[in-house]
Ligand binder design. Structure first.
Ligand code: ZN
Length: 231
């Protein structure tokens, strides 16, 4: 049995990877982290995506075997960042203040511990180093090194799957279309959440969002390029 655990957030990237996992693996397990994001819309979107996929995508029905919500209560107490505190987005020493130090390292470690007894050999995520704001924990180097450390520390042979690592946002839109056609593309537009401000009211051709925060700008820019290159 070919099993994967996906670090799932309900965003465009991890939902694209979810489609990739559903095509590639027999069993898909999801782990969702609630680390005190200012806007729980992300977690709500994640739950809704799982339900809708089960109803509306015949080929994938029943393939999502479990979803686990992991609550982390005190990561906000260490540092102030604009994802978990009420402060504006800005750049500080080259890194934007949406960076949560240690977040991905912690998520990967907890995911590997969660997978430990379940005969899951693959751990997937939507990390990507191409388009991002230079988050050091999204780099290929970091993920490869984590894979090595975690496998050593747990005496395992996990394979960390990062299918988006070298793609930009327009290529991620294209990948969604290749995975499940217009239907999956539209599903991602309507159901995934990216906006840092938690805006689920304003709808654009690329989905919901304020249209102004760095996450919305990146998503919209990728969408425009995707449309330009594919029409
Ligand atoms: Zn936004």
């Amino acid at each position: 049995m070919n099993k994967v655990l996906l670090l799932f957030s309900g965003g465009q990237d991890s939902t694209t990877v979810l489609g990739w996992c559903l095509k590639k693996f027999d069993e898909v397990h999801l782990i969702i982290f609630d680390y005190g994001q200012k806007h729980l819309v992300e977690v709500t979107a994640a739950k809704q995506i799982i339900q809708e996929l089960n109803y509306n995508f015949e080929d994938w029905k029943g393939k999502i075997k479990s979803d686990y919500l992991y609550k982390i209560n005190n990561i906000n107490n260490f540092n102030k960042n604009s994802l978990t505190s009420n402060i504006a987005f800005k750049k500080k020493k080259g890194l934007p203040n949406t960076f949560v130090p240690g977040r991905n390292i912690l998520f990967y470690t907890l995911s590997a511990a969660y997978a430990y007894d379940k005969k899951i050999e693959n751990i997937a995520s939507g990390v990507c180093q191409t388009d991002y704001s230079g988050y050091p924990d999204c780099r290929n180097k970091t993920i490869k090194s984590l894979e090595k450390s975690i496998n050593l520390g747990m005496e395992k042979n996990y394979k960390f799957q990062t299918p988006l690592m070298w793609k930009d946002k327009s290529e991620i839109w294209k990948m969604a279309k290749n995975i499940g056609g217009e239907k999956y593309l539209n599903f991602i537009i309507k159901n995934t959440h990216t906006c840092y401000k938690g805006d689920r009211i304003n709808f654009h051709e690329w989905g919901y969002g304020c249209g102004k925060c760095p996450a919305c700008i990146l998503r919209a820019k990728g969408w425009k390029k995707f449309k330009r290159d594919n029409e």
